[in-house]
Design a protein. Structure first.
Length: 212
């Protein structure tokens, strides 16, 4: 089963992808994580994308498409996968089609901008292992310290209110049109925010034809 998760930054795509991955034993393909790994490694692709990530802008299509092409060719994707953060533009969706990729479901997580801003501005990330926390919803045992490795928790630059607003503008202008694109193909499953992770998981699983 090949699935695309759509939704604004902070809509919960990563969380839903993890639960779907556990349920169906298929990998979560997160372009954001792949790119952040590249940034840490100091690779060529990391250098190319640093400017865009720092300013809350979309990474150029040709870079992201190549990342995805290489990843989907790996053996663990043979039984299906979840695309989290790709495609983000109509051009990327068309490139996916051109690869001969058949998508079974496109899940659109619908969350209001005000809720997104509260979620992301409160997020903190471990500078060592990348584990995520929230100052309200998922506090560490010791403030500012990662429960898993003891690393320092930091706020990513793309989680500041200024950058979040810019990311939302980019999403509405460039990614939101994908809803109509996939709706025309009969693939869209709209999931309005239910107010809790478990309620949203239940709605997503139902859209995919399964129980939690």
């Amino acid at each position: 089963m090949n699935i695309i998760l759509l939704g604004a930054p902070g809509a919960g795509k990563g969380t839903q992808a993890e639960r779907i991955s556990e349920k169906w034993s298929i990998p979560q393909i997160s372009t954001g994580n792949i790119i952040r790994d590249a940034l840490k490694s100091g690779s060529d692709i990391g250098e190319k994308t640093k400017y865009y990530m720092d300013n809350g802008l979309l990474v150029p299509d040709e870079i992201v498409i190549e990342i995805i092409r290489v990843r989907l060719a790996q053996s663990d994707c043979a039984g299906g996968y979840i695309l989290d953060g790709f495609p983000r533009t109509i051009a990327q969706a068309e490139a996916l089609d051109a690869m001969g990729i058949e998508i079974d479901h496109v899940i659109d997580l619908e969350v209001e901008d005000e809720v997104i801003i509260k979620r992301l501005s409160g997020r903190r990330v471990c500078s060592e292992c990348g584990a995520t926390y929230h100052i309200v919803n998922k506090k560490p045992v010791v403030e500012g310290v990662c429960d898993k490795c003891g690393g320092t928790l930091v706020q990513r630059k793309d989680d500041t209110v200024e950058t979040i607003n810019e990311r939302l503008k980019v999403y509405h202008a460039q990614t939101e049109p994908l809803i109509a694109y996939y709706e025309a193909k009969g693939l869209i499953r709209r999931i309005p925010d239910k107010g809790s992770v478990e309620a949203n998981v239940k709605a997503v699983f139902e859209a995919l034809g399964a129980d939690v």
